[in-house]
Design a protein around this ligand. Structure first.
Ligand code: 13P
Ligand code: SF4
Length: 311
């Protein structure tokens, strides 16, 4: 079966089962093409809350599907590949954060959305990479504990010197592995290109950038810019999608190593098999996100706070 034929079957099953497919921008082209909603983690969490579909099929990583379930507890939410998890989301222990909070109760705990629901229960407000700066700035509190990503948190801290922001040593293994040598090499090879980077990269990398922002931020910047060439310092699928959307511009992946293995686990056949199972066909296989009501109501408070503060 060709990709096109499989995509047609997927579209048919989406309709039959009233399922909305949500795909993070790090997903492969053939998945993005059949998705009802695509974007960064913030946009997808809002889309999940607003869709009228009975089912949500998430193509991304586990914490994103969990967020969708918390925002739409009445819906059936599925993750297209059950093994797709974000390693950063698992880095911090709920009890450790609760202990730090108890010893320093004046500190507002700000959690990057890349965290588990269990960890969110001890946090005050969530942020995404597109909203972290705006939300931390808007908080009444000047004493912050930012978890788990010390690179995103450090980038926010640098721009808000008036706030006392405490960081812990967590982060994205994919973005944090980018080296200054790789940036220098890419800039030497493409001297006319602007360098756009995700704030999950280390400070010595973001310092070299012409623009720092979320996956959607990077895509919007590149599309609106008058410049013609860009080095893309985030997961390599973004350079691929941009090249497709803007054929008159040139996009260079910063390094071949910027690949999130977890985001790449999901395949179009996974999407098809999930929808087949949702339709009741025993030949399919779907992984439903199941959470008890107590966990949902406790964990979603900090997501509601994020949405209330305007993402
Ligand atoms: P965005 O908020 O930019 O979608 O980032 C999510 C993510 O996991 C980046 O690595
Ligand atoms: Fe997690 Fe990094 Fe992958 Fe994003 S790119 S999902 S932060 S491991």
């Amino acid at each position: 079966m060709t990709i096109k034929e499989l995509q047609e079957k997927v579209i048919e099953l989406k309709k039959k089962t009233n399922t909305a497919v949500l795909a993070h921008s790090y997903q492969a082209r053939e998945i993005v093409e059949i998705a009802d909603f695509t974007g960064d983690s913030y946009k997808l969490s809002v889309d999940a809350a607003h869709t009228n579909a009975d089912n949500i099929l998430f193509c991304g990583v586990h914490f994103m599907a969990e967020t969708a379930k918390m925002l739409s507890p009445e819906k059936h939410v599925y993750l297209a590949n059950k093994d797709a998890g974000c390693p950063m989301a698992e880095q911090m222990d709920k009890d450790m954060i609760a202990q730090i909070k108890a010893s320093d109760p004046d500190r507002t705990v700000v959690a990057y959305i890349n965290t588990t629901a269990a960890l969110k229960t001890v946090c005050d407000v969530c942020v995404t990479s597109s909203s972290a700066l705006r939300i931390v700035k808007a908080l009444d509190s000047d004493k912050i504990l930012f978890i788990p990503d010390c690179n995103l948190g450090g980038w926010v801290k640098k721009q808000l010197p008036e706030k006392d922001i405490k960081l812990l040593q967590g982060g994205c293994p994919t973005h944090a592995a980018v080296t200054v040598g790789e940036v220098k090499k890419a800039k030497a090879e493409h001297p006319n290109a602007l360098f756009l980077v995700h704030p999950e990269c280390r400070p010595e990398i973001t310092e070299l950038a012409d623009y720092v922002g979320s996956t959607s931020g990077i895509m919007d910047f590149a599309k609106k810019s008058d410049a013609k060439e860009f080095i893309i310092g985030t997961e390599n699928s973004i350079a691929e999608h941009l090249q497709y959307d803007c054929p008159d511009k040139k996009f260079y992946p910063l390094t071949k190593n910027l690949v999130c293995r977890n985001m790449k686990l999901t395949t179009l056949p996974d999407v098809y098999l999930s929808l087949l199972a949702i339709s009741g066909d025993p030949n399919g296989e779907a992984f439903e996100i199941l959470m008890d009501d107590e966990l949902i109501s406790s964990a979603r408070k900090c997501i509601d706070k994020m949405i209330e503060l305007g993402g």
